[in-house]
Design a protein around this ligand. Structure first.
Ligand SMILES: Cc1cc2nc3c(=O)[nH]c(=O)nc-3n(C[C@H](O)[C@H](O)[C@H](O)COP(=O)(O)OP(=O)(O)OC[C@H]3O[C@@H](n4cnc5c(N)ncnc54)[C@H](O)[C@@H]3O)c2cc1C
Length: 436
């Protein structure tokens, strides 16, 4: 990897998501040599990926080049590479560009989609856990309307314009709201030859409410907002299979060539790292983020399971948790270097929020919850401020202001073609009759 050894302990950081970014921003590189590895050369602001998928923002407004973030940081080295395995005996990280030794290893590679072993759903549904996937989703949405134009087969048109979002968490709710806005304000102008009123948006959720992780008020209000926007909500409904044309659930079946999967995430794994007894694939760590199964290995962010009395199953997979853990762990390393004591992690819950579209959002703070226009302004302000730098904020703000005034979305571009898997005809024929 061509990185010189210097007379300082070397910390290798894997992943520049929310946790890795904050760690490297906070660590004192006068005390440590820092080597950051990420498979991408950019950091992604995942909470706004749904806006890329629904043509609201371009990818470069929610990403930021890693080299630019850390420009001028001394004793800092970045390599764009994918980590393949960890050798904790030899204290080496093996990557696609060769191995590197560490004195301390900080792992923060986040989470990936969880299809709960359903291979058909994995094959045919479109997930949104990375920037590339959100671009794929954008292409799929737009291509479906292009395809619908080219056929006079009404059933096929319906399948292409029938959107089924699986998962009523924040991502599913935000996507459903954004699709409803596309239907109301953008698609009728873009596709005057199609009767866009026939486009349907279904939100399918296994639990008995949407936004189940938030307050009752947030769940109820988001349900009402979505209903008013024309979204069909199916609660207590679990997807059993999908063959590329028909979604089968325990209640209804949906004829659809547009199934979006937001129903599950699981921690990424790295060969060589033991979970330490965690049941869900995350790495069990102590209150200093040290992996229980390994020495000199620290795990933070979505990948880490840090149990406490308040969180017996570990913290929620949230950007706020990951960012706070990154900053806190680096402060502990800085304290160690100064001969000071380290501190246990305490999560400061600053609230959760979700937006359902124009003027509509829900916000849960520690002591109270609110919804509607003021919540929407709060949501916008917080998300703008969380973006990495001023340029991103300015671009996103300009896009939002334009959209608000003109009811328009500027990024309706199919940059890379979405390749649909061929439907599994056998299942389709037996199930088509019972589809809505
Ligand atoms: C669509 C969506 C919306 C969300 N909305 C919200 C929200 O509104 N609020 C909120 O708090 N949270 C939200 N989250 C969750 C939040 O984004 C995550 O909790 C957060 O990103 C976790 O941070 P992390 O650092 O653990 O991992 P990530 O941010 O996922 O970063 C992981 C990094 O590791 C890199 N990487 C992965 N594998 C390898 C490898 N093998 N080798 C090298 N590098 C690798 C990746 O490229 C990435 O840069 C959302 C997530 C998604 C997907």
């Amino acid at each position: 990897m061509n990185i010189p050894r210097v007379d300082l302990p070397r910390i290798v950081v894997v992943g520049c998501g929310f946790a890795g970014l904050k760690f490297v921003q906070t660590i004192n590189s006068k005390q440590y040599q820092i080597v950051l590895l990420d498979k991408n050369n950019y950091h992604t602001f995942q909470p706004l990926m749904y806006q890329v998928a629904t043509s609201g923002l371009e990818p470069d407004s929610i990403t930021y080049p890693i080299r630019k973030i850390f420009k001028g940081k001394k004793r800092f080295h970045f390599r764009k590479t994918s980590v393949e395995r960890i050798d904790t005996e030899k204290k080496q990280v093996h990557t696609t560009i060769g191995p590197i030794e560490y004195d301390h290893l900080v792992v923060a590679v986040g989470a990936t989609n969880n299809f709960f072993g359903n291979q058909d759903v994995e094959k045919y549904a479109v997930p949104m856990k990375s920037l590339l996937e959100s671009l794929q989703l954008r292409s799929m949405i737009l291509q479906n309307f292009e395809e619908a134009l080219n056929t006079s087969d009404i059933e096929e048109q319906n399948r292409l314009m029938n959107f089924v979002i699986v998962g009523g968490g924040a991502t599913g709710v935000e996507l459903a709201g954004a699709l409803a806005e596309l239907k109301a304000h953008v698609l009728p102008n873009d596709y005057p030859d199609l009767d866009i009123r026939r486009m349907e948006i279904h939100l399918v959720e296994g639990a008995d409410s949407v936004l189940a992780a938030m307050s009752d008020l947030a769940s109820k209000k988001s349900y009402d907002f979505l209903k008013k926007s024309g979204v069909n909500i199916w609660l207590n409904t679990r997807v059993e299979s999908y063959d590329g044309e028909t979604v089968i659930t325990n209640k209804e079946n949906f004829a659809s060539k547009a199934v979006i999967w937001t129903a599950g995430v699981k921690a990424r794994t790295l060969p060589g790292l033991e979970t330490g007894g965690s049941k869900n694939g995350r790495i069990l760590v102590d209150d200093r983020a040290k992996a229980l199964a390994h020495e000199d290995v620290y795990v933070i962010g979505d990948m880490a399971e840090m149990r406490s009395d308040e969180n017996p199953r570990g913290h929620a997979m949230l950007a706020s948790v990951a960012g706070q853990q990154g900053k806190w762990l680096a402060s502990n390393f800085n304290a160690l270097a100064r001969g000071k004591e380290t501190k246990a992690f305490v999560y400061k819950d600053k609230g959760t929020m979700a937006t359902i579209g124009r003027n509509k959002a829900v916000v849960d703070l520690k002591k109270f919850s609110f919804s509607g226009y003021f919540a929407w302004l709060t949501w916008m302000f917080v998300h703008l401020m969380l973006l990495v730098d001023f340029r991103n904020r300015l671009i996103v703000f300009t896009n939002w202001a334009w959209r608000y005034i003109k009811y328009d979305r500027g990024s309706r571009l199919i940059i890379r073609e979405f390749k649909r898997s061929e439907p599994n005809i056998k299942q389709t024929e037996t199930t088509k009759k019972s589809s809505v």
